[in-house]
Design a protein. Structure first.
Length: 78
């Protein structure tokens, strides 16, 4: 979940309209993905998991938190 939150927290990571805010109350909102956003994220992750290098490059490019990126770099892509 942390990786997903890190990716969608930056609206530049996905195309316009892929990430939306869903208001759950007057002062509360959650971030969600449209169907197009889910497809785009799925494609990004599939491509990132090709090799260990592409996985690490993906994390460097799309995860702004260095500690979180390092935590996921230690995991072997499936």
């Amino acid at each position: 979940m942390a990786l997903l939150e890190a990716i969608v927290s930056n609206h530049d990571n996905l195309t316009y309209g892929a990430i939306i805010s869903v208001y759950t109350g007057p002062d509360e909102a959650i971030t969600a993905l449209t169907d197009h956003g889910v497809e785009a994220l799925t494609d990004m992750l599939r491509d990132a998991h090709l090799t260990t290098k592409t996985w690490r490059d993906f994390l460097d490019a799309f995860v702004d938190d260095p500690e979180l990126a390092l935590r996921f770099k230690d995991r072997i892509p499936r």
